[in-house]
Design a protein around this ligand. Structure first.
Ligand SMILES: NC(=O)c1ccc[n+]([C@@H]2O[C@H](COP(=O)([O-])OP(=O)(O)OC[C@H]3O[C@@H](n4cnc5c(N)ncnc54)[C@H](O)[C@@H]3O)[C@@H](O)[C@H]2O)c1
Length: 359
C-alpha cells in the first residue's frame, strides 16, 4: 500500500515530535520539513527529509500537512492549504481568536477538506479509558474537579519572542487550552469562567501564573492551578509519560475529578467508589481503570492518515479548536473585567463572544 505523504511546517520543538511520529509510523512518509530558519533546516537534514523554505514549494503529491508553526501563523497557513485541497493537522491553539477560527471552520465545511487539531491527549489511552468510564455512566455526572498544571519552564524557553508576548504566549493560551479541551471532551461544554492571573515571577507582559474556575453545562465546577514558573510534579506532561524523551514521568497526579458515582484521578486512572452506601464515613475502594500503553503522537498521525483517506472523521474537529479558543477568550475577558464571563452556545460553538456577568 502506498504510504501517506505528510509534510511538517515548522521544524521546532513539536514539529520534531510530529516528524519523528510520521517517520516511525509504518503507514506514513515524511514528505518534507518547511521552515525558513536554521532549526528547521537542521531537522530536515537530521531526518533525511526534503527541506523547503515556504509551503507553496511543497510537491503536488503530498497527502496532508502538519502545521507546527507559531500560533499566529496557524489560521493563515491552514486557510491556504485547505483552499488548495490539502487536509491539515493544526497544532493547538487553532488560532489566536475565535472569529478567525470560525472562518476556518466554515472554509473546511464549504470545501469538504478536513482539519484536525493537535490536542494529542485525546489519542492517549489514559484519556480514552477515562472517557469510556464517563460514557458508560460509571463515573456519574461531574460534581467538582481540581486540575494542576505546574510547569517549571527553563529561562531558555523564553528566548523566543512570541512566548513572552500577550496574545501569543503565556500558559493560559499555550498550556491551559489542553486542559480546556480535556474538560470539554470528558464532561461537556463550559458555560462560565472566572480567573486571576499574575506575571510576578517572570515579569513579562504575559502571565506566568493563573487560577481559573470553570462551570459546566451540568453544573459541575472545576478549579485549575496553572503556572510556568513554579516547581512541582503536578501536571499532565510530567506525570503521564507521554513524551519521556522531553519530560521524565513522575509518580504524581495532575487531575482529580469527583462524580456523583465515583472519584477519578489522572494519569494514574485511580477510580474510587464507596464500599457500600455513598457516605463519607464509609470506606472507599480504588479499582483503577485499565489501559494499554500507546504512543499518543503516533496514534495521532495514524488517525490523521485515516482522516486524510476518509476512513475516520477527526476526533478533534476544527469546531473543537474554535470552541477551546472561545473559552480562552472568555478567560481573558474575565481577567480584564475582573468578574465571571459567560460563554453562550453558538452554532458549532465557534465564534462565541464572551459576556461579562454582573454578579
Ligand atoms: N500539542 C502540544 O503538546 C504542543 C507542544 C508544544 C507546542 N505546541 C504548539 O506548536 C506550535 C509550535 O510550538 P513550538 O514549541 O514547536 O515552537 P518553536 O518555536 O520551537 O517552533 C516553531 C518553528 O516554526 C518555524 N517557523 C517560524 N515561521 C515559520 C514560517 N513562516 N514557515 C515555516 N516555519 C516557520 C520556526 O523556525 C520554528 O522552527 C505552537 O503553536 C505551540 O502552541 C503544541
Amino acid at each position: 500500500m502506498k504510504h501517506t505523504r505528510i509534510a511538517v511546517i515548522g521544524g521546532g520543538a513539536i514539529g520534531r515530535t510530529h516528524a519523528v511520529a510520521i517517520r516511525d509510523y509504518a503507514g506514513t512518509e515524511l514528505a518534507g520539513i518547511v521552515d525558513p530558519f536554521e532549526t528547521g533546516k537542521a531537522l530536515a537534514a537530521e531526518m533525511d527529509s526534503p527541506h523547503f523554505t515556504k509551503f507553496e514549494d511543497l510537491p503536488d503529491d503530498i497527502d496532508g500537512v502538519v502545521i507546527a508553526t507559531p500560533n499566529a501563523l496557524h489560521v493563515p497557513q491552514a486557510t491556504a492549504l485547505i483552499e488548495a485541497g490539502i487536509p491539515v493537522l493544526v497544532e493547538k491553539p487553532l488560532g489566536e481568536n475565535a472569529a478567525a477560527c470560525a472562518d476556518l471552520v466554515a472554509l473546511s465545511k464549504r470545501t469538504g477538506v478536513p482539519g484536525l487539531v493537535g490536542h494529542h491527549r485525546r489519542h492517549n489511552p489514559i484519556v480514552q479509558a477515562a472517557k469510556q468510564a464517563v460514557d458508560q455512566g460509571r463515573f456519574g455526572t461531574l460534581v467538582s474537579g481540581t486540575i494542576a498544571a505546574t510547569l517549571a519552564k527553563p529561562d531558555s524557553y523564553f528566548t523566543v519572542d512570541w512566548r513572552r508576548e500577550k496574545g501569543a504566549g503565556g500558559p493560559i493560551l499555550i498550556n491551559l487550552i489542553h486542559e480546556i479541551d480535556l474538560v470539554r471532551h470528558l464532561f461537556g461544554e463550559i458555560t462560565e469562567v472566572f480567573a486571576l492571573a499574575s506575571n510576578r515571577q517572570r515579569g513579562f507582559d504575559v502571565e506566568d501564573t493563573a487560577a481559573v474556575m470553570l462551570k459546566l453545562t451540568g453544573g459541575g465546577l472545576i478549579t485549575i492551578s496553572l503556572t510556568d514558573a513554579g516547581v512541582g510534579p503536578w501536571c499532565w506532561d510530567t506525570t503521564a509519560g507521554e513524551n519521556p524523551a522531553r519530560f521524565p514521568a513522575m509518580p504524581a497526579v495532575s487531575h482529580m475529578f469527583s462524580g456523583t458515582k465515583a472519584g477519578m484521578s489522572l494519569p494514574d486512572l485511580a477510580f474510587w467508589t464507596h464500599d457500600g452506601a455513598r457516605d463519607w464515613t464509609v470506606p472507599q475502594v480504588n479499582t483503577p481503570l485499565e489501559t494499554a500503553p500507546q504512543d499518543s503522537y503516533i496514534e495521532q498521525i495514524r488517525h490523521f492518515a485515516a482522516v486524510i483517506h476518509g476512513r475516520e472523521t477527526p476526533r478533534i474537529t476544527l469546531e473543537d479548536g474554535a470552541a477551546n479558543i472561545a473559552v480562552i477568550e472568555a478567560i481573558r475577558h474575565a481577567l480584564a473585567e475582573n468578574r465571571p464571563a459567560r460563554i453562550d452556545p453558538l452554532p458549532q460553538n465557534a465564534a462565541s463572544e464572551p459576556k461579562a456577568m454582573m454578579e
